[in-house]
Design a protein around this ligand. Structure first.
Ligand SMILES: [Zn+2]
Length: 598
């Protein structure tokens, strides 16, 4: 195994030297402005083609691609700056600058798309026969359809302009509020103030008093901000709904489904199967409660470890563990991951002032990714690390495709990440040195199923119901709590004693403006990747090529077609989803068998 000691902090200087004070980054933004200007002029003066041999579209797409990559590069850099230090006010200013540029880009694209959609269909079909446009058929047709479903360009341009302060501004407000959330905690007789991320890690403490104490303080801290949070959520969602109404979209999930390139039948059948088959997970939670010596679990016990096994891994151990098990699956994934560790693509340090959670973002200009998380050594931290590496590998798998075909949606994005997570957790269970360790790891794995089939389900139920109510006016803080608790009770089949009604405020995902309904794609990705994983296990290392071919298509197909082409399955039918959920239930059955006499 490697002898390199991996560093806990990432390298951002390789992109732009000097953090939020980087003169290089300002130069990048200036250049971007010029490129935007030139793209805008090109779009404005573009005469709608009437001849199938016209080459003007190809030239425009060239400019489009350059601007798009550079904006994503800028956005990625600022996301990293903001996450690594929530007190970096300069980073927030930079965010504002990037948001302004992105918004201008959207406005130009609205104009572009409208022109695109007004090309006559005969000319259009002729154009798509051109060699350099053929491979872009899917994404270009998608743009035409989306444009046709929107308002006239002047109105869409106005919406875009207003969204900077009226919509995305609310998303940014959330970050500002979270910055003020501090969770007081007593550690070794000393009072400390934890950041949200640090406090969240305490929920996996083996000490029930620690979990209970942190949860009480956690609820209090979020409750203190609940008025601001409720206002923020109501205005953000109100803006979104007003736009939908103007466009004549009644289905609150329309944007999310279109974005995720999936049919509503697929989503409905997925939740239906999960609801029908989830009882074993409630039984599991009941067994876990017995193992922890309580009659029922509470929200804050969900992540508690079972048993006395010390399954803490140093960052180095975690990294080596991941590398070792990726090796069973494929050489390209392993080599890629090794480089990510060596070249400091990962920010993992456990320190105050970091944003909670984890993410992976790609810097398309350099064809590199960066991973953000707070690593404190729990098995679930190791899983998160593998998860984010899966995202990074997905970007890598797309490197040879046309840049405009790399825009994959969140549901398939979560496929690669979950797949990577599964390799690590499965191998860990299978290679456990004794039954106690095996049980702890198995439990960690089932926790993930519980998170995706119950927790995410609760978020989905809450969010869809909240949006329906929001159509009729402001939804009060009290009502938000009620809706959340109801959703949690339903999703967990009433198996918990205490719930987390303020979850609508503590979870960033409800405040994301870039992508609406930031929940069901996780579950989709999880079950979708289970299907792929089952095949990979059967076929061994040789599967990596096929896997990467599937990833390559993720930016240019409907998910139903992707599944049919690479897995030979119909996502609108129950069978595929049932198989996935049953794989998760097998873990539960093994757990129940192992613990029946404990
Ligand atoms: Zn993810």
């Amino acid at each position: 195994m490697t002898t390199t000691t991996y560093e806990l902090t990432w390298d951002l200087d390789v992109f732009f030297n000097g953090g939020s004070a980087s003169p290089q980054f300002i130069e990048h933004l200036e250049k971007l402005k010029t490129d935007l200007q030139s793209f805008e002029e090109a779009v404005d003066s573009w005469t709608i083609p009437t001849d199938a041999n016209d080459s003007s579209l190809i030239n425009l797409l060239e400019k489009f691609q350059v601007v798009s990559q550079n904006i994503r590069q800028a956005g990625a850099f600022v996301s990293c700056l903001q996450a690594q230090n929530t007190n970096d006010t300069r980073a927030n200013e930079l965010r504002g600058m990037v948001t302004t540029l992105s918004s201008r880009f959207s406005t130009i694209l609205t104009n572009f798309d409208e022109k695109l959609s007004s090309i006559g269909s005969d000319t259009w079909n002729g154009l798509l026969k051109q060699n350099s446009l053929k491979e872009l058929s899917f994404v270009l047709n998608e743009r035409r359809t989306k444009a046709a479903e929107k308002l006239p360009k002047e109105q869409e341009a106005l919406i875009n302009a207003l969204s900077i302060d009226g919509y995305h501004g609310w998303g940014e407000m959330y970050d500002t509020i979270v910055k003020h959330v501090k969770i007081p905690f007593e550690e070794n007789g000393k009072k400390v103030e934890l950041s949200v991320g640090q406090a969240a890690n305490k929920f996996s403490s083996s000490d029930p008093n620690v979990r209970k104490q942190i949860f009480e303080e956690w609820e209090k801290a979020w409750d203190k901000q609940a008025d601001l949070l409720a206002g923020t959520l109501n205005h953000l969602s109100g803006f979104r709904l007003s736009v939908y109404k103007q466009r004549g979209w009644d289905h609150i999930l329309k944007e999310a489904l279109t974005y995720n390139r999936m049919k509503s039948e697929t989503l409905d059948v997925m939740w239906e199967v999960i609801s029908d088959l989830k009882q074993p997970f409630a039984d599991f939670l009941q067994r876990k409660a017995e193992l922890l010596g309580v009659d029922k679990l509470s929200w804050y016990d969900l992540d508690a470890p079972v048993g006395e096994v010390n399954t803490t891994y140093s960052y180095q151990e975690g990294a080596e563990f991941i590398l070792k098990h990726f090796q069973d699956f494929g050489d390209e994934l392993t080599t890629f991951t090794g480089k990510a560790f060596e070249n400091r693509w990962i920010e993992a340090e456990d320190r105050p002032g970091k944003r909670p959670g984890g993410f992976c973002t790609s810097f398309p200009v350099d064809e590199q990714s960066r991973i953000f998380m707070t690593y404190s050594g729990t098995p679930s931290n190791v899983s998160t690390l593998a998860h984010e590496l899966g995202h990074a590998f997905h970007s890598y798998a797309l490197k040879d495709t046309h840049p405009l075909n790399r825009g994959y949606a969140m549901n398939v994005a979560e496929t690669a990440s979950t797949f990577a997570e599964m390799i690590v957790s499965d191998a860990a269970v299978n290679n456990a040195e004794n039954d106690d360790v095996k049980l702890a790891l198995l439990e960690d794995k089932i926790q993930r199923s519980v998170a995706l089939l119950m927790n995410i389900h609760a978020r989905f139920l809450f969010e869809t119901r909240f949006y329906e109510e929001r159509k009729n006016g402001i939804v009060s803080k009290k009502r938000l709590n009620e809706l959340m608790e109801e959703a949690q009770k339903e999703a967990y089949l009433g198996s918990l004693k205490e719930y987390h009604p303020l979850f609508w405020g503590s979870k960033l995902h409800f405040f994301i403006t870039g992508v609406p309904f930031y929940n069901f794609p996780y579950t989709f990705g999880f079950l979708f990747s289970l299907g792929i994983y089952a095949q990979a296990v059967k076929e061994g290392k040789g599967y990596e090529k096929k896997y990467m071919a599937m990833l390559e298509d993720t930016g240019s197909m409907m998910v139903e077609d992707l599944a049919m082409k690479h897995l030979g399955v119909d996502l609108t039918k129950r069978e595929f989803w049932e198989e996935g959920v049953k794989l998760c239930i097998k873990d539960v059955e093994e757990f129940m068998e192992m613990t029946k006499n404990k």
